[in-house]
Design a protein around this ligand. Structure first.
Ligand code: BTN
Length: 327
């Protein structure tokens, strides 16, 4: 964080501390050791970022309403993690894809825990080459950079633990009971509320970095064709409007807990939790993979997170990745 940004965060802290009360411009300039005109410039910038700040020549400044954007300082406020969301947070009003941007940053050496967020995406990437509907200010479009010391074969585990983290955070902050469809769709009442796109760069036999992208439909009111009937949002399911910042913080907390558990003891605990939350196991499904299409019963997921499909005759098939349809 550069000095200007740090000063602005401190200014915001003082305004927040006195929320609803006036704070004099002189007091702020003393406490922040900057000129009064610098205070004014910071206030102007905060307003541009969506903060509602009243000003009066005699009384100073008063914070009326925090910004509704997923700004780094809003995310960090009350965040209960140690790594994720603690380092650099890149926030955009609009970008093509947060996963693309995070990949670019990771390739240039950005450390684990780096977070890329955007209010909107013009070319949000979904799985299997699809696009992720990303209207401004209505969803969470967030990508995390990871550098796990694991073999590429362990990578699907990261997607499973992310799905568990998303499901846990929705269950914690809403009255909804989401289910996971293998490998990483989060469903409510059979409709998709969130998706995860994990992208990976390998070097020799190890993972160099991974980018875990989450798309969560929070306050989206309606969806375009062809996802009109198959997608949903938290607000559609509850009738309420939800704080994206609170949801993102909760997600980061659950993500970090599960990631640490995975780093310490492998996937065992996460698989147990995943099986509990998933509605895929035991069902007859059709799964479309890059290598072909299979129909059968989803028996289980194995130790590495592959789907075990039993299609009658032959030995069970291990499936790494694909699109599942319930039959
Ligand atoms: C899916 O198809 O289910 C995965 C969707 C993942 C969408 C998210 S939104 C944030 C991140 N950036 C992207 O371009 N895609 C992921």
């Amino acid at each position: 964080m550069n000095e200007t940004t740090a000063t602005r965060e401190r200014l915001l802290f003082h305004l927040r501390e006195n929320k609803g009360d006036w704070v004099s411009g002189e007091g702020l300039s003393d406490r922040l050791s900057v000129t009064r005109s610098a205070v004014w410039k910071h206030i102007r910038k905060l307003r541009e970022e969506g903060y509602l700040i009243e000003s009066s020549p005699k009384r100073g400044y008063r914070l009326q309403k925090a910004s509704q954007m997923l700004l780094p300082q809003e995310i960090r406020e009350g965040l209960e993690t140690e790594v994720f969301g603690r380092g650099e947070i890149f926030h955009f009003t609009e970008i093509d894809s947060t996963n693309r941007k995070a990949g670019e940053l990771a390739a240039r050496g950005a450390p684990e825990g780096t977070l890329v967020i955007s209010e909107a995406q013009s070319r949000g990437r979904g799985r299997m080459g699809r696009e992720w509907f990303s209207p401004p200010g209505k969803g969470i479009y967030a990508s995390l950079i990871l550098r796990p010391p694991i073999a590429p074969s362990e990578a699907p585990g990261i997607t499973l633990l992310t799905a568990v983290a998303v499901t846990d955070s929705l269950a914690a902050l809403t009255r909804l009971k989401p289910a996971i469809k293998w490998p990483n769709d989060i469903l409510i009442g059979g409709k998709k509320v969130a998706g995860i796109l994990t992208e990976i760069r390998m070097e020799m036999d190890a993972v160099d970095y991974m980018v875990v992208g989450l798309g969560l439909n929070v306050n989206v009111k309606s969806f375009p064709d062809p996802i009109r009937e198959t997608a949903t949002s938290i607000s559609r399911e509850t009738g309420g409007v939800f704080s994206r910042v609170a949801l993102l913080r909760e997600y980061l907390r659950h993500f970090e807990d599960h990631y640490n558990a995975f780093r310490r003891g492998g996937l065992h605990g996460i698989l147990k939790r995943w099986r509990k939350l998933s509605d895929t196991i035991g069902r007859r499904i059709r799964v479309v993979t890059l290598g072909g299409e299979y129909v059968g019963k989803a028996e289980d997921i194995d130790r590495e997170g592959f789907l075990i499909l039993k299609d009658g005759s032959g030995p069970p098939r291990r499936i790494f990745s694909g699109d599942v349809m319930y039959l």
